[in-house]
Design a binder for this molecule. Structure first.
Ligand SMILES: C[S@@+](CC[C@H](N)C(=O)[O-])C[C@H]1O[C@@H](n2cnc3c(N)ncnc32)[C@H](O)[C@@H]1O
Length: 334
């Protein structure tokens, strides 16, 4: 199972980061691939364990706060390295380019964008260069600091405002409205209350405004087959588990909930129409298997073309390492 974070299994010979030109060449996504612990082992200061159902039932808020804190620490710990060339990965760049193209189609340049879980700001810098004004937030203060530094280095600090805020804290942005809200490569998988986040997103969007997200999915044929063939069934099917799964990253824990597109949209349906969705990395391997992609480039190109043709088709579009979804804010609904 992978997490989009640090790529302990990333290949040494990855292309170096470039900061201009083709979006498939100038972004620096990264990936971590580590085994999740079988069950939560978080022990609270009282000595109580989250594994105890009675504790879980009586302390939902402290569990939520603890998990958010774990996730923040994990991303803080990798923020400085997240943008390094070692973690540049062609498969993640491909997925990122899909969101870039989709957003450019859905929200005219010159609009005002909100980036949720911006990481070190690769998307925010891209969209600022493309003529948008971007407010970018991240729950990890270290990621937010990286994003600020990248915007300054790219000369777009006047178009990118970065705040260290969680998606669960969107009301702190006040009454400002955006033309588009986006979230790339999994931040929504870390949000504890998706329905509340959906309402908060809708409140930040103009009526008819677009929400464009890429989210880690549940059904990943490559992952199921790859790990099942290695006899690692827990890892092969970890994404089928319900609720938040503790995923290890850089020896810390990211609490991750996986969704099918249908499960995800269900939490947004009270405020958003489903406009479109497609799978990402359906025929192509998941980004943590990028070594295979580099080793067999002709096959990789073929699988990429198949993805372009197949990953948006009914029945297939719910599968893939991530899915890319466009939703439209309903007028007036609350
Ligand atoms: C895999 S990274 C993706 C970063 C960025 N969107 C990108 O495409 O490079 C996930 C990001 O989500 C952030 N994140 C995790 N939980 C969050 C939350 N509850 N609110 C906002 N950001 C969160 C992490 O700090 C991290 O920067």
């Amino acid at each position: 199972m992978e997490y989009l974070g640090m790529g302990d299994e990333a290949p040494a010979e990855q292309p170096r980061l470039r900061r201009d030109g083709d979006p498939r060449q100038d972004v620096t996504p990264v990936e971590v691939v580590e085994d999740p612990p079988a069950e939560s082992s978080r022990i609270h200061s009282s000595g109580a364990s989250e594994a105890d159902p009675a504790y879980r039932a009586s302390n939902p808020l402290s569990i939520r706060a603890g998990r958010l804190g774990d996730t923040r620490q994990a991303f803080d710990s990798i923020a400085a390295a997240y943008d390094g060339p070692r973690h540049n990965n062609a498969l993640l760049r491909r997925m990122r380019a899909d969101l870039w193209r989709t957003l450019a189609r859905e929200v005219p340049a010159g609009g005002r964008l909100l980036d949720l879980g911006c990481g070190p700001g690769l998307d925010a810098v891209h969209f600022a260069r493309a003529g948008y004004d971007v407010t970018a937030i991240d729950w990890s203060p270290q990621m937010a600091a990286e994003a600020r530094a990248h915007a300054a280095a790219a000369g777009v600090a006047d178009r990118v405002e970065v705040r260290a805020l969680g998606i669960q804290e969107l009301e702190a942005l006040g009454g400002v409205l955006f033309d588009g809200v986006y979230s790339d490569l999994g931040p929504f998988n870390c949000v504890p209350d998706l329905r509340a986040a959906a309402s908060a997103c809708a409140d930040r969007l103009r009526p008819g405004g677009k929400l464009i997200v890429s989210v880690m999915g549940r059904v990943v044929p490559w992952e199921h087959v790859y790990y099942a063939l290695r006899g690692d069934f827990a890892r092969a099917f970890v994404r089928l588990r319900r609720g938040a799964v503790p995923v290890s990253m850089n020896r810390r824990t990211v609490w991750t909930t996986y969704y099918t597109p249908r499960e995800f949209h269900r939490e947004f349906a009270h405020r958003f129409e489903l406009t479109a969705y497609r799978g990402l990395a359906l025929c192509l391997p998941p980004p943590y298997l990028v070594d295979l992609y580099y080793r067999f480039p002709a096959l990789g190109r073929l699988l990429g073309r198949l993805d372009d043709r197949l990953a948006g088709l009914p029945l297939l579009r719910g599968a893939g390492d991530h899915f890319l979804m466009v939703m439209t804010r309903r007028a007036g609904a609350r």
